[in-house]
Ligand binder design. Structure first.
Ligand code: AMP
Ligand code: MG
Length: 530
């Protein structure tokens, strides 16, 4: 076991096995026939580590007292890119993507710099700095990130991990000691904000957009080299590359993506920018920008103001969009297969597989077994209607439902459920009647399944989190951190570690969204620019 970052061994399979951009100067350009460009992080003034994930440190084999490491200036120098460790050879990778449904051409790591791959007992992990300065892919932007968005990325990556949802991880959150200008809503109100860097960690940061870019340029040799690289390093269990293996791989990417989306729907997570450059081939949640968590259950909700009009990436549309994105990946790799039929077959099976995975997930949320029945299917459909017919806090609803005694009369049940509603005036006679019908239906099915109340509650509480990173909490933590108060950041870091357990000390963070946060920028509305 290592005790320090400096003992980590770095390798660079990506850079060693794939073609590099021959140009090494750092200016914005189109990079052809290459998968990446070498680029060093920009030096920053006064690095300071604000938070570290002890779990990520442990996966990297680094054992140490987190509070000591927080104050270790050598650590912050490395985690902001000021100091490189032996074996690190930083680069930015070259990918493209569809943004909001339109092909955008080359995008690339415009504000992410990969330091290298740590080779650990748990496998290879790429360390990537987000916000470490300009790269050849920065286009018209600055390559930087602000504390606000970095707090959000740091906390949410770790929250997702502890919820059991595949995600890229966040090792650290550091201040750079410099300020960054941001016009948060593109409305002519630029502000100075503290600059920050998150060190992200993942087995691979390969996106659908990598394949798309090489294919769009008709660079089939590069497409094949990149796909073979991905198979060899990220999907070694699939064996030797070839047409059949490419298809097996595509099918696996579909399954991984599907499973990630079902998890998002389970906890009420809205990614906000499901562009194809933000889709990981490992099926990990990646690129935490204007994401949000449902407070009241609303399939039409998106936190992303850039998408406010079309709501392409709304909660209820995430499965459809994932399939749309997989179509783009299929188109990209088509030249390697030369036959559309097997790709179409895989894509055609997606919706059916999703429906059955979604159904099973919903059964689990209700504590029921996952075998199919029409009555359970109806129960789920009517629940979704019920949840939207009065503003209902999704997270609180499932937790209180777990503890609602189905034997008591409707008034008794309402008392337990009351806390889940935002507007008491909406809980009128017709709502109560609909709720009553639903609870009767639910009680009948629980009885058919011989489900003991405490067993039902126990099962439900393993899939329905009590503590999520509510939008207003992340915003408050970042406001406070901006003022130099890290207490809430650290408290939330602690809270998200055990989302399914009762943690009375954090009960105020399990409360409904307060009224002031309903429309406050940052709490319910975010833009892509951060
Ligand atoms: P995103 O919406 O964050 O996934 O970013 C889309 C594209 O814009 C990617 O190529 C990013 O690298 C790039 N990008 C976003 N923000 C910045 C920034 N501040 N500086 C440079 N490039 C950026
Ligand atoms: Mg992105």
């Amino acid at each position: 076991m290592n005790t320090s970052l400096t003992n980590l061994k770095f390798s660079n399979r990506f850079a060693e096995q794939l073609p590099a951009d021959p140009v090494t100067e750092n200016y914005c350009r189109q990079v052809e026939s290459a998968c990446f460009s070498y680029v060093n992080p920009t030096q920053v003034q006064s690095p300071k580590t604000l938070a570290l994930s002890s779990e990520v440190l442990e996966s990297l084999g680094i054992i140490g007292d987190t509070s000591d490491l927080l104050n270790d200036s050598a650590f912050s120098e490395i985690l902001t890119g000021n100091k490189l460790l032996p074996g690190m050879k930083p680069y930015a990778s070259c990918y493209g993507g569809h943004q909001f449904g339109n092909w955008a051409g080359q995008l690339g790591d415009g504000r992410a710099i990969n330091l290298g791959e740590a080779s650990t007992e748990n496998g290879f992990f790429t360390l990537q700095l987000k916000g470490a300065g300009m790269t050849p892919y920065s286009r018209r932007a600055d390559g930087l990130a602000v504390l606000r968005s970095s707090v959000r990325e740091f906390l949410c990556s770790e929250a997702m991990h502890h919820l059991g949802i595949p995600t890229t991880r966040a090792l650290s959150l550091c201040l750079t000691g410099e300020s960054v200008t941001r016009d948060m809503f593109y409305d002519g109100n630029p502000q100075q904000e503290p600059g920050a860097i998150v060190c992200r960690v993942a087995e691979s940061f390969t996106r659908f957009g990598h394949f798309q870019l090489y294919s769009s340029r008709n660079d089939i040799a590069l497409l094949q080299q990149f796909t073979d690289y991905t198979l060899k390093n990220d999907f070694p269990h699939l064996g030797k590359p070839g047409k059949d293996t490419y298809l097996e791989w595509f099918s696996e990417v579909c399954d991984l993506t599907l499973s990630m989306i079902v998890h998002w729907q389970r906890v009420g997570f809205v990614h906000g920018v499901m562009n194809t450059d933000n889709m990981s081939v490992l099926g990990q949640t990646i690129d935490y920008g204007p994401y949000g968590w449902l407070d009241n259950y609303d399939p039409d909700w998106t936190p992303n103001t850039t998408d406010a009009q079309n709501r392409r990436y709304r909660f209820g549309n995430q499965a459809q969009i994932s399939l749309w994105n997989l179509y783009q990946l299929a188109n990209a790799i088509y030249p390697l297969i030369g036959d559309a039929k097997p790709l179409e077959e895989i894509l055609n099976s997606y919706s059916g597989k999703y429906q059955s995975a979604y159904y099973q997930m919903m059964c689990q949320k209700l504590g029921l077994n996952t075998s199919f029945s029409d009555s359970k299917d109806n129960l789920i459909n009517s629940l979704e209607k019920l949840l939207t017919s009065a503003e209902t806090d999704m997270t609180i609803f499932y937790r209180v439902l777990a503890n609602t005694s189905l034997e008591t009369d409707i008034n008794g049940q309402l008392i337990t459920l009351k806390n889940a509603y935002y507007e008491s005036t909406q809980i009128n006679d017709s709502y109560i009647q609909a709720l009553k019908n639903w609870l009767n239906q639910y009680q009948k099915i629980c009885a058919e399944e011989n489900l003991a109340p405490d067993e039902r509650a126990k099962q439900m509480n393993t899939v329905n989190p009590k503590y999520i990173l509510r939008n207003y909490l992340a915003q408050q933590a970042s406001d406070k951190a901006t003022e130099g108060d890290l207490s809430m950041l650290h408290a939330l870091q602690e809270m998200i570690r055990n989302p399914y357990s009762e943690q009375p000390q954090f009960d105020e963070y399990a409360a409904k969204r307060p009224d002031w946060a309903r429309t406050r920028p940052g709490c319910s509305m975010l833009s892509c620019s951060s």
